[in-house]
Unconditional design. Sequence first.
Lengths: 204, 693
Amino acid sequence: MNTLRIPTMLMLLLLATACVTINVYFPAEAAEKAADRIILDVYKNVPPGQAPAAEPAPQPGSSTQPQTGSGRAVSMLLDWLITPARAEADLSRSSPAIQQITARMEARMRELAPYYSSGAVGMTRDGRIDVRDQKLVALPQRNAVKTLVADENRDRDALYAEMARANDHPEWESEIRATFARRWVDNARKGWWYMDNSGGWKQK
Amino acid sequence: MRVAAARVCVLVLSAAVLLAGSILPGHAIDSAVLQLGSVAGEGWSAQDVSLQLDWQQDTEAGVVLRASQLRLPGPLGDLGAVSLHCPRLSYNGAQVECPVGQLQAESGQFGSQRITVSFRYQLQDKALALRLEGVRLHGGSLDLQANYAGSGWSAQATGKNLQLTGISKQASALGYPTPVLTGDGRVALQARLHGRGAQLGEIRLDLQLQDATFTDDSGSLAAEHATLHASMQASPHARDWQVRLQVDAGAGAFYFDPLYLEITDQPLRLDTSLVWQPQRHALQFQDLRYHHPGVVELQASGKLAWQDGVQLEALQLELSEGVLPALYDSYLQPWLTQSMAGALQTAGRIHGSLQLAAGMPQAVHLVLSEVGVEQRDARFGLQGVNGTLDWSAQQARQSRLAWQSGHIYRIGLGASEVVLESTGNRVRLAQPAQLPVLDGGLQIETFALEREPGSSMRWAVDGVLTPVSMQALTTALEWPEFGGKLSGVIPQVTYANGDLTVGGVLLVRVFDGEVTLRNLKLEQPLGQVPRLQVNARAQNIDLEQLTRTFSFGRIEGRLDGRVEGLQMEAWEPVAFDAEFATPPDDHSRHRISQKAVDNISNIGGGGVGGALSRSFLRFLEDFPYDRLGIRCKLQDGVCAMGGVAPADTGYYLVKGRFIPPRLDVIGYSDRVNWGGLVEQLKQATSGQSPIVQ
């Protein structure tokens, strides 16, 4: 019986290692850099005012959670057994779609900037924008602003999906969106409005 | 509430009359003050009530009725320092009358009031006539008149210069479903009510708003410099109300989210009969007429219901006049901002009808006269459209549309006519249609469209593309002009889930050869990121015509090629596997010019550019060659390069003839940046000398 036990253990170990061959973490830091490149491009058309204030971003997401003691040991053993393959994913890859969407957003920024400044338009938690207070928009322009917001959101949704797709990780769309949501606010001008975690509007 | 207030007056009067009745005949005293202390009745109470009487004649006395505090039900609330002074109250056994008096009170809500009062009460038939003048209300004044008799009662209120914001706030506080407004605007109103007992017979309300600028809290109802006149007649019938409403907007701008209406010269008018069923949460409208001069005139009837949100349950609408672009800009576009139809420039006139039942469209009939539609970014347009559109949810209907001209992107479409048959969710072409495209045409054999509820639209077309000259097409697309013909049998073009798939083969006869396109698929053609997939094959292309057209430098010979798995994103290639080469069995004359050699060597990264001019070969204008060719497999922005044949190191882009002068162009770069390659090709074909590094 004992002779059978060792191969069984080996089989189990092999099975365990087979399950953890690839570890692809969402590259939080790289995502922020990639987001900043695009965001600063879009914001560069904002008429001069206060300089955009980039603040140190809040901490990366879920992928770098500390592991518990026993989990860590297992992980080290597995690392020893088989080196985990880390996918190259720095989110820096661009594509014609990303460039075209960014170009449209840059052009639209000229029209949107006054509404960000007045507080008529604000940034939402999901990386989109919304009409925050339409009373701040003259009556004849209200529908034009709504159209601008709708166009911008269509482009933003497409941008997050395209960045995930261009970097071969379509499943990262929501994390990319969350990264952008933070960085749009961090890079925004002082005085612009954004939605905080509780869903209330706050002025930067 | 007013009824309750009237009762209080009657009670107080009765007390005064009783006192007067018991004291006057005696004439024993000239003056009397009665301290009544606290007096209370159902829903009201008064503190420190006193009554002072000063006899003047047999039937006349000066009366002052005071209370330190009066608590009334309803909107009047608490009043302080209340006094009613009637200097000449007369009593003759049949009636009590105060021809002129003054009522003073301090109200927390309405401020300090000094109201001129007159009343007359007839004891026999218990008829009361009451008049209050100069009630201070919302910055203006209000006059009230009430009559009560056994046969019924009537009341009239006339308000002047009242603040709109105050009225809206109070109406809302009283529980009426009206918005609270902020801003500036004055209201003049006249209300007449009559009834019998507790039963209201009729209300007539006439309201005038002058130069008002206001907004509600959310900004979804707003106006600027608005002048409005509304008149309403309402009467209760069992549990419902019958209402006749007429609204004239004479000037200013109005915003009813999402509609924005600006009144220019003639007033806008709404006129309707309503049945309001508050218990059923429903509002029926009949004989509704809406006229916005020069824009729209319509009649409608229907039913609105609000259980969870407002729903249009039924609608029968007759549009007798609709003028574009104003009708589209003011009334249609605001609802369509999220769709492609939200960015159109329109012209022409329409009229027709629309029926809805249970919130769902039942039938549409639309007559179009000289209608023009143009997409804002010039993606498509159709001009001079005439005809009828007919659709019914249940029955088959036929529509006929004809147009003068149109375009899709830059490709022009000629005059044409289509006859469509629709049944519920399906539309099909009733007879084949001929659609002129540039100098050719698209013969559409069948067309079928369907839209199942809850799913996206699908359609399919079968057709034949009769030859379109490439000259016309290239001119239209602003490409370098070249000859040839584009034609094809398009057995099945389908559109489903936002993707357009072209079955069959598109054939382009060009440069004396043929290019065939297969498996053409267009994902989200009108979306944010259109994606195109296609496989192409080129056969027997005459290189001389091709190189002349693109001023690449003259090459003679033939070329075959294939492009597999071409994927374009936002109209730029992102992946393909392409190979172009001299056909193995080509026996035509093979010559290549110096300029072409320079250009090709730069593409291959061979770097021979300029080498020719430094050797004796510079005296030759062109060279013979055996074969030439290029391969590029594009992925992730990098082109994996290859040539017509492998060389010892690298690959042949041009392989020379065995006999001299022999010239080979050999490429060494395995991987070339696609963006750089495109840049080099652009420079080469624009006639500029390439930059060799």
